[in-house]
Design a protein around this ligand. Structure first.
Ligand SMILES: NC(=O)c1ccc[n+]([C@@H]2O[C@H](COP(=O)([O-])OP(=O)(O)OC[C@H]3O[C@@H](n4cnc5c(N)ncnc54)[C@H](OP(=O)(O)O)[C@@H]3O)[C@@H](O)[C@H]2O)c1
Length: 236
C-alpha cells in the first residue's frame, strides 16, 4: 500500500515509517522544511519517497497532495506543542497549534479523501495524545487541539464508512522521542513522569506501531471512529 506519514523524520512517525517499510509498503517520509533530512531518513529506512510541507502554512498544505498523489493510508502524526499555563496562552500559541494540529488535519483529509472514495478503500489515522483524557498544567491548548481532532475523527468516520474508508485516532502517552528528550534524559524528571504511569516506564516509539499496523491492515478493517490509547495506563 502507499502510505503518507506526516512528521516521519523522527520519533513516533519514523518508527511507524520503518514498520510499514518492513511490511513492504511504499512509504512517503515527510517533515516541515528540511528536505535533506527527509531524504536522509528515506534512504536510511528504505522508504519510497520524501517530501516537505510546513503544516503551519496552509498554502503549502494545499500543495501536498500534488506532490504525493493519492495514498491508501494517510497517517496524520505531525503536531506542535506549545507549553503555557491556560492564563498565558497567546493568540499566536492558539493559532499555531490550531493550524498545525487541527486545520491542516481537516484540510489534508479533505484533499486525500476523494481518491479513497473513488477506490472504495482508505485508511486515515490521526495521532492524538493521552492529554485528551488527562490534565496538564501547561498543555490545555495542545489538549484542546487533540480533542478537536478526535471529534473530527468520529464525525468523519461515520460519514466515510459507506465509502470503504476507516478513520481512527491513536492516543500515545509519554513516549521517549526528541520532543521529550529533556525530561527523558533527566533521571529525576523521568522518574516523576514514570511514577504516573501504571506500567512504570516511558513508552518507546515502537510501542505505538502495532496499533497503526492493525488499523492499516485487513484485520483492522472493521474498526472505525475509535481511539486506541497507548500509554501504559497513564490515562487511568
Ligand atoms: N512523544 C510523546 O510523548 C507524545 C505523547 C502523546 C502524543 N504525541 C503525539 O505523537 C505525534 C508525534 O510525536 P513525537 O514526539 O514523535 O514528535 P517529534 O519528535 O516532535 O517529531 C515531530 C515530527 O513532526 C514534524 N513537524 C512538526 N511541526 C511540523 C510542521 N509545522 N509541519 C510539518 N511537520 C511538522 C517534525 O518535522 P520537523 O523536524 O521538520 O519539524 C517531526 O518529523 C505528535 O502528534 C504528538 O502530539 C507524542
Amino acid at each position: 500500500m502507499k502510505i503518507l506519514i506526516t512528521g516521519s523524520t523522527q520519533g513516533i512517525g519514523r518508527a511507524m515509517a520503518e514498520a510499514f517499510v518492513r511490511r513492504g509498503d511504499d512509504v512517503i517520509v515527510h517533515c516541515s522544511r528540511d528536505l535533506a533530512k527527509a531524504k536522509r531518513v528515506r534512504d536510511e529506512i528504505g522508504a519510497a519517497s520524501a517530501v516537505v510541507c510546513d503544516l503551519a502554512d496552509m498554502a503549502q498544505v494545499d500543495g501536498l497532495y500534488a506532490q504525493t498523489g493519492p495514498v491508501d493510508c494517510l497517517i496524520l502524526n505531525a503536531s506542535v506543542q506549545v507549553k503555557a499555563g491556560w492564563q498565558d496562552i497567546t493568540d499566536a500559541d492558539f493559532d499555531r497549534q490550531m493550524t498545525v494540529n487541527v486545520k491542516s488535519t481537516l484540510r489534508l483529509i479533505q484533499a486525500y479523501y476523494p481518491a479513497m472514495q473513488a477506490k472504495h478503500f482508505g485508511r486515515i489515522v490521526t495521532v492524538g495524545s493521552v492529554n485528551q483524557y488527562r490534565q496538564h498544567p501547561e498543555l490545555s491548548m495542545y489538549a484542546a487541539t487533540k480533542c478537536a481532532v478526535m471529534s473530527l475523527v468520529k464525525n468523519i468516520a461515520k460519514y466515510a464508512a459507506p465509502d470503504g474508508v476507516t478513520v481512527n485516532n491513536i492516543a500515545p502517552g509519554a513516549i521517549a522521542t526528541p520532543r521529550n528528550a529533556a525530561v527523558y534524559d533527566d533521571p529525576a524528571a523521568r522518574e516523576a513522569v514514570e511514577a504516573t504511569i501504571p506500567l512504570g516506564r516511558f513508552g518507546q516509539p515502537a510501542d505505538c506501531v502495532g496499533a497503526v499496523l492493525l488499523l492499516c491492515s485487513e484485520a483492522g478493517g472493521y474498526i472505525t471512529g475509535s481511539d486506541i490509547v497507548i500509554d501504559g495506563g497513564m490515562h487511568l
